[in-house]
Design a protein around this ligand. Structure first.
Ligand code: ZN
Length: 243
C-alpha cells in the first residue's frame, strides 16, 4: 500500500489542495503527522478536507494549542495571535476531531510522532545528535516525524549509534535499507528550509520505498486570505521565503 505522508499543513488549504492534486493517484491512504491548524487562514477547511480522506492523523503542538491544552506563553506573539484566532474560528465538531488525535502511532515497520518519539508533541529533531538520542525511544526500524518543517532523513550508521543526516533527493524514490532511520517529509503549509514549495512524501509500506516531493502553490492567494483575517504580517511574509 502506498501512503501519502503529510505534516504541518498549518491551515493552508491552497498548499494542501495542491499537494493532493500533485500526488494524484499515487497513494491509497494518508498519514498526517500533525499541526493541521495554526498560522494559516483555513483551519476548518483543512480539517474538513483531511476528514474526507482515508487517513490517520497525529496531534501536533499547534493542534493542542488551538484546543487550549498548552500554555502558549512560550509561543512568540505572532504565533499566539494566530492560536487565539484559530481557537475562535474552529467549529465545535472540528475541535472534537482534534481532541481525539493520538500523540504516537505504531504501524508495521513505522513509528509516527509529530515532534519526536521521545517527546511526541514538543521535541524538534534538528540535528543528528538529537536524532541519535531518539533512536532508543522507538522499536520499529523507521520513525516518521514532522514539526521542524524541514525535509530530511537521519540514518543510524553504526552499532554505537552514530547518526548522519541525508538531504532529500526530490522525486527520486529511495529504498529504505534496514538501517534505522528517522524521516521528516517537510511541511505542506509552511516550509522552513528556504524553499517555499509545499513538501510531502510518498511511502510504499510493502517495499519500504520513500520519495520526498516538492510542489509550488499559489502563495499569494493564501496571503490574501491571511490579510483578510488580519493575521500577523510576519506570518504572511514568511510563506514566500520559506522560513
Ligand atoms: Zn508545525
Amino acid at each position: 500500500m502506498r501512503i501519502l505522508i503529510i505534516s504541518d499543513i498549518h491551515a493552508n488549504l491552497t498548499a494542501f489542495e495542491t499537494v493532493l492534486e500533485d500526488a494524484k493517484n499515487d497513494w491509497e491512504y494518508v498519514w498526517c503527522l500533525g499541526d493541521v491548524v495554526g498560522y494559516g487562514p483555513d483551519p476548518n477547511e483543512c480539517v474538513n478536507l483531511l476528514r474526507t480522506l482515508p487517513h490517520l492523523c497525529l496531534a501536533g503542538n499547534h493542534d493542542w494549542a488551538a484546543l487550549g491544552r498548552l500554555d502558549i506563553r512560550t509561543f512568540n506573539p505572532d504565533a499566539r495571535k494566530a492560536v487565539d484566532w484559530t481557537r475562535d474560528t474552529l467549529t465545535p465538531d472540528n475541535t472534537m476531531y482534534l481532541e481525539a488525535l493520538p500523540t504516537t502511532f505504531v504501524i508495521g515497520s513505522y513509528t509516527l510522532a509529530h515532534g519526536s518519539p521521545r517527546e511526541p508533541v514538543w521535541e524538534y529533531i534538528l540535528e543528528p545528535l538529537i536524532a541519535a538520542l531518539n533512536f532508543p525511544h522507538f522499536e520499529t526500524p523507521y520513525c516518521l516525524v514532522g514539526h521542524t518543517h524541514q525535509p530530511i532523513i537521519y540514518e543510524q550508521i553504526s552499532e554505537n549509534g552514530d547518526t548522519e543526516a541525508i538531504m532529500p533527493a526530490y522525486g527520486q524514490p529511495r529504498q529504505l535499507n534496514g538501517h534505522r532511520q528517522i524521516i521528516n517529509p517537510g511541511s505542506v503549509g509552511q516550509p522552513r528550509d528556504a524553499n517555499p514549495d509545499a513538501a510531502y512524501a510518498i511511502l510504499d509500506i510493502e517495499s519500504n520505498r520513500w520519495e520526498h516531493r516538492r510542489v509550488p502553490y499559489d502563495i499569494a492567494a493564501v496571503q490574501k486570505r491571511m490579510r483578510g483575517h488580519d493575521l500577523p504580517e510576519r506570518l504572511i511574509a514568511r510563506l514566500e521565503h520559506g522560513w
